[in-house]
Design a binder for this molecule. Structure first.
Ligand SMILES: Cc1cc2nc3c(=O)[nH]c(=O)nc-3n(C[C@H](O)[C@H](O)[C@H](O)COP(=O)(O)O)c2cc1C
Length: 505
């Protein structure tokens, strides 16, 4: 049977939560997915434990325009990149087993994303394709042949490049759909954004040149990694460049077939359920064919709301010296213990500044072309009137759309997660979904959600640095959120990240 293809707008609408039509869903613990990929019969190669890393100012890292060329990317550097991208950072003891939280936030701590490495030039590591096993902090060799050329071809690179390695982020859909059902595609992409931001920051920290690719040939890429695009699919690709090397010319080798063990490793539960909506949106966005759903859609990214008065984000006080990376990564957690005390103006402007810098940083890497709009609801913020504001990240300005105390209503819309009412600010990631469809076809949904996740991760890190709490929120009654913000019928809230003063860190 042919899969029904869905546009961004159709998928988002079909997976809305509505207050009076929520069907009860009790988790089937018998089908709980495994959060770690494992490969029987493949011996893992342990990564370097690594020396403690010197802290750097995160804010300055973002402004660094062109990272220094690195003469050699070694196995040790690679180990550092991977440990800064994804590490186990907290343990909870349950009867019979320990559960580990990680350095990137993930909806429901379901960790749907995986990381792969393709390289042919890192010393002390045979050329090939590897899976990063976070549990053992090790690489699992999946292909022991040169695979970088096909990865480059799938991302549209010509014959010669300075690329020496690529890191690929995938999503395993059932890990999230076990809990969130058809809505899970939202979370798989947002989570991928959180993880991708950690990866990019690690490269920026190490001054390693890179390029980020949300557009690639899906089928080629999935086949190369040995995933079928239905249970697990590639979502984002990061190329690592070594500008000190002359352009590398590679011959394409014929790919050898992968063993069955590898092809079956995307299966994370004995009782997986397939949600047609997830395949419908993902496949509609495959291979970057522009969809037809956007024809006649707005040319401007219009949410249907207007700013009454703009103000500058302004000077950011002396807070940034505390924004120390990578220390922050290990301290970041989702916080829900907000107290109704105002966020200091300096801290708030520090966060706004970081969001603007982060959006600008992303713009320089991808053709973001405004795939999302960012706003916030001010609740308890020193010197800032209550209300709904939009941010102009490029111009470092924010403006009031609608005055009034709206975080209480938004808290109700967020499935009555009552602790949200005490957060100082609700950051909002918004999009006109028909605009996304017009510009990128259904793939625009991936661009927007990944971007929202990336900036969401940055808010978490910034809040941690400022001794504030943050928490991502993907669960909301979509129609209520749209009505509170008075968005037009084609626009929606994609993601919310609360931040504020907490009882204890
Ligand atoms: C996309 C996304 C959506 C989330 N939605 C919610 C939510 O609706 N409610 C909530 O309490 N936490 C939410 N969280 C926070 C996760 O539950 C949290 O990241 C996870 O439990 C891991 O904990 P940690 O962030 O402390 O590492 C969300 C996180 C992400 C990344």
């Amino acid at each position: 049977m042919n899969q029904v293809q869905l546009s961004s707008l159709e998928y988002h609408r079909q997976t809305e939560y509505r207050r009076n039509s929520m069907t009860g869903h009790s988790l089937n613990w018998a089908s709980q997915p495994d959060v770690y990929k494992d490969y029987n019969g493949i011996s893992p190669i342990p990564l370097f434990q690594g020396k403690p890393l010197e802290n750097k100012d995160l804010r300055q890292m973002l402004d660094k325009k062109s990272p220094l060329p690195l003469s050699d990317i070694t196995f040790e550097t690679l180990s550092d990149i991977l440990r800064m991208t994804s590490a186990l950072t907290a343990k909870v003891r349950y009867p019979g087993q320990d559960f580990f939280y990680r350095s990137a936030a993930s909806a429901g701590a379901l960790y749907p994303n995986e990381i792969y490495l393709a390289h042919d030039m890192i010393p002390d590591l045979d050329p090939g394709l590897y899976h990063y096993g976070i549990k053992k902090r090790a690489l699992y060799p999946l292909r022991r042949q040169k695979v970088l050329q096909p990865v480059l071809t799938a991302t549209g690179f010509q014959e010669k490049t300075t690329v020496v390695a690529s890191l690929l982020i995938t999503g395993i859909f059932f890990r999230s759909s076990w809990k969130y059902r058809a809505r899970a595609y939202r979370y798989v992409l947002l989570d991928a954004g959180h993880l991708l931001e950690n990866l990019i920051l690690s490269l920026q920290y190490l001054s390693i040149p890179f390029s980020v690719h949300y557009r690639f040939h899906d089928r080629e890429m999935n086949q190369l990694i040995g995933v079928n695009g239905k249970q697990e699919a590639c979502i984002a690709v990061v190329h690592i460049h070594d500008n000190s090397r002359p352009d590398q010319e590679r011959k394409r080798e014929e790919l050898l077939p992968l063993p069955e063990e590898i092809l079956l490793s995307s299966k994370v539960s004995e009782q997986e359920v397939v949600y047609p909506e997830i395949l419908g949106i993902h496949e509609a966005g495959m291979d970057d064919h522009p969809g037809s759903a956007g024809i006649g859609a707005p040319l401007e990214h219009d949410l249907g709301v207007n700013v009454q008065h703009w103000q500058e984000v302004g000077p950011i006080g002396n807070r940034t010296d505390r924004v120390l990376y990578p220390d922050l990564l290990y301290r970041r957690r989702s916080k829900r213990n907000y107290v109704p005390r105002p966020m200091q103006q300096d801290d708030f402007r520090g966060l706004l500044d970081l969001v603007c810098a982060s959006a600008g940083f992303i713009d320089r890497q991808t053709d973001r072309a405004e795939n999302i709009k960012i706003g916030f609801l001010a609740n308890h913020v020193e010197g800032i009137q209550h209300g709904f504001y939009l941010l102009e990240t490029g111009k470092r300005k924010f403006g009031l759309v609608q005055p009034g105390q709206m975080t209480g209503f938004m808290t109700d819309a967020c499935l009555n997660q009552d602790w949200l009412a005490n957060a100082s600010v609700h950051f909002l990631f918004l999009a006109n979904l028909r605009f996304l469809d017009r510009h990128w076809g259904a793939r625009g949904y991936r661009h927007a959600m990944i971007t929202a996740g990336r900036i969401g991760q940055m808010i978490y890190l910034g809040a941690t640095a400022l001794n504030l709490g943050a928490c991502g929120i993907g669960a909301f009654y979509d129609d209520e959120a749209r009505a509170i913000l008075d968005l037009n019928a084609d626009s929606s809230l994609l993601y919310l990240v609360a931040a504020g003063v907490v009882k204890r860190m």
